[in-house]
Ligand binder design. Structure first.
Ligand code: PNS
Length: 161
């Protein structure tokens, strides 16, 4: 059985993430979405909230699991008995950032082979950091995040409409 890990901070989950997760889930028997817990950062949403939102978004897909992890990605990959790490590429800048990361992960563990998935062009400008920036100015973020995340934001007073 082939297993891949799709790691990220997902703070918050964007429509671009959801597209990549769905496409990656068709390539592997099992896809584990790994939510990074970075204790050095204060996230917009807690680990539990990010995991809950991702579970709700992927509920219709039996081969997708959502878990959180702390520490090195390669250790999470080993724990999940995964064969691959999937990362999305939106821009050439993403590739410049991702390639050394993939090589560092490969040096740490040969099991952790990274596969890059080109993002669909309609999502190439969407990022979690852009969403956080737009929220700071109360700008419209519809289209940036899935409906589940918008609902969560309304319920938690992050957005008003
Ligand atoms: O969505 P993000 O924030 O771009 O995801 C980054 C992520 C989670 C893939 C990356 O920060 C990561 O793997 N962090 C865990 C620590 C680690 O293993 N670093 C790589 C060794 S150089």
């Amino acid at each position: 059985m082939s297993t891949a890990v799709f790691p990220g901070s997902f703070d918050p989950v964007t429509t671009g993430h959801v597209d990549l997760i769905r496409r990656a889930s068709r390539m592997f028997d099992r896809l584990v979405v790994g939510v990074l817990v970075n204790s050095a950062k204060q996230p917009l949403f807690s680990k539990e909230e990010r995991v809950a939102m991702l579970r709700e978004i992927t509920v219709d897909q039996d081969n997708i699991e959502v878990s959180s992890f702390e520490g090195l990605l390669v250790d999470f990959v080993k724990e999940q008995h995964a064969d691959a790490i999937v990362r999305g590429l939106r821009t050439p800048g993403d590739f410049e950032y991702e390639l050394p990361l993939a090589q560092a992960n490969h040096k740490l563990s040969v099991q952790a082979d990274t596969i890059f998935l080109a993002s669909a062009p309609e999502y190439s400008y969407i990022s979690s950091s852009a969403v956080r920036e737009l929220l700071r100015y109360q700008a419209d973020i519809s289209g940036y995040v899935p409906e589940t995340v918008l609902r969560y934001m309304r319920e938690h007073g992050v957005v008003s409409n």
